[in-house]
Design a protein around this ligand. Structure first.
Ligand code: 0PR
Length: 352
């Protein structure tokens, strides 16, 4: 027997750090069925190409856009890179910059380096973009203002409508990174979507809160012309141009994104949000009552000042926990995180 037959994929029993989760059973089945299809060649793989259009429409429904354009990416990183690329390509300047809060995901650093765009990072107040700080950095060479809707470390949501207004005044695009937050935010009272603000592009990933199999990220754009900024000619394919970053792409991601959203939007996602928020509030309260300082939950994510030796002990006991840049313990209440899991986590904390 080969090594791979002996290896067991890790289960989610003690995973409190991941922003991905167990795919929905229908999403898993769909991924397997469409594994050998390539939406990068829509002229040949027509079925999966049609499914991608439907997946984008459903993603639009989640994001508050009745008629979006976009595609299923390899993940949030690709979507963020492509959003910056759209903004850079459409602008006239030779010296482009992008303004993003310090809390923005590190994929924007990759985007800036790849695309030769200056990344200006604005200060945050209570883990949200500081509007005055953003305004100070925006100038005539700004091609995009980035707002984060569900930050990686604290789950906070930037003041998106005001940031979109700032972008519009500067003639720049507004990009919202809702890679993780998107599938929760629709059920919250935050203003973050296409229906709340004049935003141009958005990252929203089915393989995070959407319960699709990896790789299924999402890039949504206000209209087809923005996607046109990415198009390159594809002379020998039946389709004449391609806007994606990768060429050959997994049909598994597209099929599983569609299966998950068909199954869960909107009722299943609403239930998931309610349950995840209740769990996050429960664990926040459990930590607060034990004397820890807690940030959140703004969305189903809690950060707490748990000491390094305590965190190390939790790791020893098999808990997958991670730290924020400032050193807080981070707990992400994804769908696989149950109340009983959190109870045994807190019991381990108490033992220490
Ligand atoms: N934007 C935001 C707000 C994110 O949180 C992330 C990923 C990305 C973009 C990039 O998305 P991709 O990783 O799909 O390219 N945030 C987590 C991180 O990088 C993802 C993660 C997933 C972490 C699974 C751990 C894990 O087990 O930390």
């Amino acid at each position: 027997m080969q090594q791979v037959e002996h290896a067991e994929p890790q289960d989610f029993d003690r995973v409190l750090t991941s922003m991905c989760t167990e795919p929905h059973p229908r999403a898993r089945a769909a991924a397997e069925r469409f594994l050998a299809t390539n939406p990068g060649d829509p002229g040949t793989y027509e079925t999966v190409a049609e499914m991608e259009t439907e997946a984008v429409d459903l993603l639009g429904a989640v994001a508050g856009h009745p008629d979006p354009a976009g595609y299923i990416t390899s993940g949030g990183t690709e979507a963020n890179i492509q959003a910056v690329r759209i903004a850079r390509n459409r602008a006239e300047t030779n010296n482009p910059n992008v303004v993003a809060p310090r809390s923005a995901h590190f994929s924007f650093r990759k985007a800036a380096e790849l695309l030769d765009v200056e990344l200006r990072t604005a200060p945050v107040v209570e883990h949200r973009a500081d509007l005055a700080g953003v305004a100070e950095l925006v100038d005539g060479d700004t091609v995009a203002v980035v707002g984060v809707a569900g930050s990686t470390e604290y789950g906070t949501v930037d003041p998106i409508p005001a940031m979109a207004a700032l972008a519009a005044d500067a003639g720049a695009l507004c990009h919202v990174d809702a890679a993780w937050g998107g599938f929760y935010l629709r059920f919250s009272d935050h203003d973050w979507g296409f229906d709340h603000a004049d935003i141009d592009t958005m990252t929203i990933d089915p393989h995070k809160g959407g319960q699709a199999a990896i790789p299924a990220g999402g890039l949504l754009v206000r209209d087809e012309t923005l996607l046109g900024e990415l198009a390159v000619d594809t002379p020998y394919l039946e389709s004449t141009s391609q806007a994606t970053l990768t060429g050959t792409r997994s049909g598994a991601g597209v099929a599983s994104a569609l299966a998950a959203m068909e199954t869960l939007w909107p009722g299943g996602y609403r239930e998931q949000y309610d349950r995840a928020m209740a769990n996050a509030e429960w664990v926040a309260e459990a930590l607060t009552s034990r004397g820890h300082e807690v940030v959140g939950p703004h969305l189903p994510l809690v950060a707490a000042d748990v000491s390094v030796p305590m965190t190390d002990e939790l790791r020893e006991r098999g808990w997958r926990v991670s730290k924020t840049g400032a050193g807080e313990l981070r707990i992400v209440c994804m769908p696989h995180v149950t109340r009983s899991m959190l109870r045994s986590f807190v019991a381990d904390l108490d033992w220490y």
